[in-house]
Ligand binder design. Structure first.
Ligand code: ZN
Length: 133
């Protein structure tokens, strides 16, 4: 693996609109909102130096983010590590015996290719691998 940086930290929120004043007060500027239908979320990225904060708001009551908030409350949901070649990263982690949720890359907000690792592999932290062009 060749991790490049923390690409972003994903935070589950009840409402993007409600959180905006807080992140703007920090001096961050939103990149706009994108709906990712497959994951039943609306996401908003706030670039922060070399990294970003990704806010995730569920679009349905039964989506993964709604379920996360129901179980654990709003807060940090995942950490994304940028890799240069996601297919190679998935193959390598599997070869090393770590379970992936996504064995094939899928579409992520902003046109990224992403894959989630199984949280059992990483001590309860949901890790996303991200490749961006
Ligand atoms: Zn993410």
């Amino acid at each position: 693996m060749e991790p490049l940086r923390i690409d972003h930290v994903g935070i589950a929120v009840n409402s993007l609109d409600e959180m905006r004043p807080f992140y703007e007060a920090l001096g961050l500027k939103s990149n706009g909102i994108e709906e990712v239908e497959q994951q039943k979320v609306r996401v908003e990225f706030y670039p922060c130096g070399d990294s970003e904060i990704e806010l995730l708001e569920s679009t349905t009551e039964d989506g993964p983010i709604a379920k996360f908030i129901e179980k654990k409350g709003a807060g940090i949901q995942h950490i994304a590590i940028r890799v240069p070649d996601i297919k190679a990263a998935i193959a390598e982690m599997q070869e090393k015996g770590f379970r992936m949720i996504d064995t094939e890359p899928r579409y992520g907000a902003g046109g990224a290719s992403i894959a989630f690792m199984h949280p059992k592999a990483s001590g309860g932290v949901l890790i996303e691998l991200t490749e961006r062009k």
